[in-house]
Each structure stands twice: as C-alpha cells, then as structure tokens.
Design a protein around this ligand. Sequence first.
Ligand code: SAH
Length: 204
Amino acid sequence: MVDRQLRRRGIRNERVLAAMLEIPREEFVTPDTRVSCYGDWAMPIGHGQTISQPYMTALMAEALELTGGETVLEIGAGSGYAAALLGALAANVVTVEIVTPLADLARENLRRTGRDRNVTVIRADGSTGFPEMAPYDAISVAAGAPEIPPALLEQLRNPGRLVIPVGGYGHQDLRVLVKDGAKVSDRVAAGCLFVPLRGADGWR
Ligand code: SAH
C-alpha cells in the first residue's frame, strides 16, 4: 500500500509514510472487508458512510504538515482510522462524529488498538467545529462541505492549516487553507469524492 499507492503517487513526508505503515487498517474495517482493506479504494463502514481510500487519508495528513506537537481537530471520525493516523503524527487529536453508532465504533476501534491515549471521540455536529478545545493547529474535515464553515477558520490557530473537501455531491475539491499572519492562502490539492458533511453548516 505504502509503496504502490502512496510513494508512487507522490506522498513524500516520511512521518506520514511511517504512520501509514504503523496503523493496522484491518482493525478499523468491518470483518467482511478485512481481506481487501489495503486496496486502493474507500470501503463501507455502515450507516451509509465510508473509510476513505488510503491515498486520500495520507494526502490529507501530509497537507497538514504536522511535526508532532500539534492539537488537531478532525470532523467525521467514521471508523477512527484517520484519527489514529493523526494521533501518530501529532500530540492530541479531537475527532467529532455526528452518527452515534459510528462515534461508538471509532471509540472502540481506537481503544482496542491502543490509539485512544491521545485521541478523543466526541459525538456532535462538527460542521460548526468544536469550540470547547479550540484553537487547533490543524483541522481535517473528512466529509464534503457545500462551503467552508466559518467556525472552522475561527477555531484554527494562527498559524494553522485546514484541509477540507468543498463542492457538490458528485465531486469536490480538496482545499488546503493556510492561516499565516493576516493572510489565508487557499489551494486545491486534488479532486475528490467524500460523503456529504451534514449539520448546521453542512448540507441540510
Ligand atoms: N475519517 C473517517 C472517514 C469518515 S467518512 C475514517 O477514517 O474512517 C465521513 C464521516 O463524517 C462519516 O462517518 C459521517 O457520519 C461524518 N459526518 C458527516 N457530517 C458530519 C458532521 N456535521 N459532524 C461530524 N461528523 C459528520
């Protein structure tokens, strides 16, 4: 997975590549999809939601440029896999999940793999962020938003980095926003396809 899907497509950050090797993806998927869980695709995790393709998870983590001391907010815990990865790259991770059984699943997967040491799962609507633990050095949104939720930029530290898929149901741009001083830069890292971000500042 790391050589064929990640290195070959341009993931260069060695900490990200090492973390992708370290996190046991099979512990975050359903029993019937375990055999194919290192494949180059997203997979169903129940409740109409998916665990992202490994490349997309790695690309998002790389875009955050984590060095180890950061506090990170993830929106859309799903299986807890990406949160475990972020936990291996940063000091603390808060991951928010709107679907209660998936919040429970993420919590259980993180506990079983010993990744709950620095990763906390919150059952809530994350489209307005999670102000209780703000500011965050980095924010990763794992569901497609119609627009960038203003609360997420407010809860981002200065300097800080936000990665978020923005667009319609059939296609989104993976956008990387970097807050630095008075400026916020905004670039498109890739085209992508995520499940919709629901909630107050998502799709109603
Ligand atoms: N990061 C996950 C993949 C998540 S898929 C993994 O590695 O497995 C996107 C998730 O976002 C879904 O679980 C969905 O329920 C959740 N979601 C959608 N809208 C949300 C919202 N407003 N707040 C929190 N979670 C949300």
